[in-house]
Design a protein around this ligand. Sequence first.
Ligand SMILES: O=P(O)(O)OC[C@H]1O[C@H](O)[C@H](O)[C@@H](O)[C@@H]1O
Length: 527
Amino acid sequence: MAAASSATAIPSLDKVDFLKLQNGSDIRGVAVSGVEGEPVSLTEPVTEAIAAGFAAWLLDKKKVDASRKLRVSIGHDSRISAQKLQDAVSRGIASAGLDVVQYGLASTPAMFNSTLTEDEAILCPADGAIMITASHLPYNRNGFKFFTSDGGLGKNDIKDILERAASIYSNFLAKGYSVKASESVKKVDYMAVYTSDLVKAVRKAAGNIGNGAGGFFAAKVLEPLGAITSGSQFLEPDGMFPNHIPNPEDKAAMKAITQAVLDNKANLGIIFDTDVDRSAAVDSTRRELNRNRLIALMSAIVLEEHPGTTIVTDSVTSDGLTSFIEKKLGGKHHRFKRGYKNVIDEAIRLNSIGEESHLAIETSGHGALKENHWLDDGAYLMVKLLNKLASARASGKGVGSKVLTDLVEGLEEPAIAVELRLKINQNHPDLKGRSFREYGEAVLQHLGNSIASNPKLQKATVNYEGVRVSGFGGWFLLRLSLHDPVLPLNIEAPSHEDAVKLGLEVSAAVKEFQALDTSALDKFVQP
Ligand SMILES: O=P(O)(O)OC[C@H]1O[C@H](O)[C@H](O)[C@@H](O)[C@@H]1O
């Protein structure tokens, strides 16, 4: 035990500060100083306390007897704070008496996978896994995702861990905090195991990684399969993201991969986000295979293997996607809520009540397949695409990404598709003491009521989130953001004029809510 006199002074934080680090089923905070208005919240002692909180949670969950030591695998993305946080996480885990296995640069899906791999030689399975990442957020942020063999932890588990962390941290305050080197840290090259599993899963494609953790895909997956990857770019991990934020929904990122496909006359472009749980592709004609198109493509592949199966998606998917899945592919589209964990859990639930589902996928590029243990894995989605290309080639059905493009033939796409994010000003007196959630719900309730009496508009009969309405040949959905004090408004329509008509209907219905910042919508509907 370190003497209090030699201990580092750490700032006092209360339970509330810890709970503020929760971001849905992840933990996120600021790990690097220097950005104005964003003080560091993920300090080393805070990180250590969170890791120790996870260890305590895991010990309770696994209820193992004292004879078996639990082990936890730790990996990180390419962020500049990765090393510091990895060390602090390792200390937190070791201080609770658990074994630490460090993987170094890794992907989120690989971390989950380490709880499923059975091979003592590489210290697997891990009882718990921690990925140090803040996904597509800027370089100064970081965070944690946690896994057990049951999948990613849910919101309640994260809250539980943060509450435990807060009390561990208060112990640091009482007894003094000092950095103690952890003895029981082992290192394993798990990415070698994970990538060789991916190679096995695909039988024979350029890649754009955006300086995230996905660089392994070119050298360790594509090249061993015989692909020429010389046109690939931004493969080197660089935690400052000098080119663009690695994010398949980011316009600059998609432009960069599209250009690389053109410049290199590549058959296919592949792009991942920072921690490789999201992905998208570009075909040889520069057609972006992301968002609804990626879902259509994956659905086509999965429905060939499992005719009639249900495809679970997030709520912002297009009407065209529903008719594509149901009329062209003969499957069932279950449009559920936003949030990758929501769609995955819903697919698992459907299977448990006898409705077969093999694919849960979001427009964000998160996707999970039943055959891959419902692992939220962008790399695996791309493996399925590559597999399709390879089998088409082998059976003489075609060469190159036209095979994929043909699979989405017939998908109706709207001329206009926008997302406008309407902020709720939490300090506005109109909240009258309500939380932003309650206020947002009140907006939605009011919108729902006003639509009911509007003959030009029709409320969706089956809908799991927010208010989804058809009209003027298109639709809109207003819902509460998963994490932020924001009401995202998605509008899709056959023309800008029709999209504006839909926007004006929303605008009229919400105008009395003064704490709602409608400037994005006002700008959109301007003549
Ligand atoms: O509700 P929003 O603010 O649009 O955010 C929704 C998104 O939040 C996170 O990024 C999750 O990882 C995604 O699965 C989800 O789609």
